[in-house]
Design a protein around this ligand. Structure first.
Ligand code: GLU
Length: 364
């Protein structure tokens, strides 16, 4: 049994402003039902609410007005769910709607609630269908795009694989429209060069949307979850992939898989500040697996409280870790560079010897 996250984008379900392509959606539901019938658990992250809503509002293109986009999402989400509900029912499958905002991932309590709900649904053989809760999401609590939401969901449910369905076959060595473009079968590590191929900053060859897919792939593979980017417009490919055939572009995972909680620290929760470390502290964290003590802190940036999550950077500014701080930024200004034995004398109290305990820290 494998647990798979399948991300389906608007450009597959609702191409060129035509509203939902229910024939395509039905074909995808058939393939996913086939995978579930092989004994796998599936969680779907599906876009298409805004596109479906626009059609109902009689609009052809996505409006710039955010309120109108949010209204379109509210209108379209029910159509989207209804289409999935009907298609999956034909294959004897039940679905459930889960709408999330970034806040639901940032808050540890809501993250755990969402996780429990998803696991309960799966234990009843129900396929969860996740989308961003667009009608209530404003910039500060948005995931940005559903590719990132899919990567976070993969971490949330400790998925065995993240499958991102695209309107092209995979990641190409050049613009896929060019004759000598070749599909890359496998990517060992997502380097800046790979990001460029996907249309990263300064690149002229990328296809729309591939960049955010590769960024999502980077996050999931860092987490230890393998990723496949493949075509979502051809029927029958998904079951072939799950049976072990090579389909699309495979992104190898980091060998060391992050446990769910550490994944949440690395990618779920937002950082409230940054502390700079000297080289001794950097090697204590990265090679010796130690906790962070105040003596190795050289500089404190931002304003944060006890219990917030903060980045640790090396002298040259490279991010090396993220973790939960036992001291506020104000306290750290006083105890940075000092010995643990001096903490109480300086502050008048001591929460702990460690500024960040090893168990609450992820090395990036
Ligand atoms: N949540 C949006 C929708 O359902 C799509 C966002 C995205 O795909 O990045 O229309």
């Amino acid at each position: 049994m494998k647990r798979l996250i399948i991300k389906i984008g608007s450009n597959i379900l609702a191409p060129a402003g035509q509203g939902l392509d229910t024939t395509r959606l039905h074909a995808i539901a058939q393939d996913i039902s086939g995978i579930a019938d092989m004994g796998n658990q599936v969680v779907i992250v599906s876009s298409g609410a805004i596109a479906a809503g626009l059609k109902k509002l009689g609009l052809k293109a996505k409006p710039h007005d955010i309120k109108l986009q949010q209204a379109a999402a509210a209108i379209g989400q029910s159509s989207l769910m209804w289409a999935y509900e009907q298609s999956f029912a034909e294959f004897g499958k039940k679905v459930a709607q889960v709408l999330l905002t970034r806040d639901d991932i940032t808050s540890r309590l809501r993250y755990i609630n969402a996780k429990n709900t998803l696991f309960t649904l799966m234990s009843y053989n129900v396929i969860p269908l996740i989308n961003e809760n667009d009608p209530v999401a404003v910039d500060e609590i948005k995931f940005g795009d559903n590719d990132m939401l899919a990567a976070l969901t993969a971490g949330l449910v400790e998925a065995d694989m993240l499958i991102v369905l695209s309107d092209v076959e995979g990641l190409y060595s050049k613009d896929p429209c060019q004759k000598d473009a070749r599909m890359i079968e496998s990517v060992e590590r997502i380097t800046p060069e790979i990001e460029q191929l996907a249309g990263g900053k300064g690149s002229a060859v990328g296809t729309g949307g591939m960049y955010s897919k590769v960024l999502a792939a980077r996050q999931a593979t860092d987490h230890g979850i393998p990723v496949v980017i493949m075509s979502g417009t051809k029927s029958g490919l998904l079951p072939r992939l799950v049976k072990g055939e090579h389909v699309g572009t495979y992104f190898e995972p980091n060998k060391k898989r992050l446990p769910s909680r550490k994944g949440w620290i690395a990618y779920g929760v937002r950082s409230k500040g940054t502390i700079h470390l000297d080289s001794g502290a950097v090697s204590a964290l990265t090679t010796m697996g130690r906790s962070l003590l105040p003596s190795g802190i050289t500089k404190v940036e931002g304003s944060f409280d006890v219990g917030d999550y903060i980045y640790c950077v090396s002298e040259d500014g490279t991010r090396i870790a993220k973790g939960l701080t036992n001291y506020s930024s104000r306290d750290l200004e006083h105890i940075r560079g000092k010995k643990t034995s001096e903490i109480e004398k300086i502050l008048g109290y001591k929460y702990s010897d460690e500024v960040i305990h090893r168990n609450n820290l992820v090395v990036m």
